[in-house]
Design a protein around this ligand. Sequence first.
Ligand code: 4NP
Length: 149
Amino acid sequence: MKKKVLMVCLGNICRSPLAEGILRSKVDPNKVEVDSAGTAGYHVGNPPDSRSIDTAKKYNIDISQQRCRKFIREDYFQFDHIFVMDKANYTDVLALAPDETYRAKVRLLLEGVESSPAEVPDPYYGGHDGFELVFQLLDQACEKLVNEL
Ligand code: 4NP
């Protein structure tokens, strides 16, 4: 059975589009499907932030065709695993869970990643360096994930 993975952040323009692109680059598309969404709807329909697009491109990953969408309750029925970037996302996503069974699908993406912080820092208001750090954290997390899925 194909596994379906959803990456979630606040805006769905910086961190989760990168996470989607990185994980997709590491998996067999016949075995793992990857998508991303945001808990806020500020940027719905927009492509990822240009700094995320540029950072992904540097590592030969094209995320420019992704479009922002909001996380919805139905995602709990569609996806096997829901990975959130930070604790605020975790709270917001759990608030929409139909019941306890579905809550178990949600995990902090960096949980269990060696020598990483607990959360993927929000790079939106910072410079390019923040996006590079985010890429490295996501890459580490996704590398670990491919062995577990
Ligand atoms: P993201 O970053 O959650 O990694 O996509 C943000 C993008 C936009 C905003 C905040 C965070 N915003 O406030 O518009």
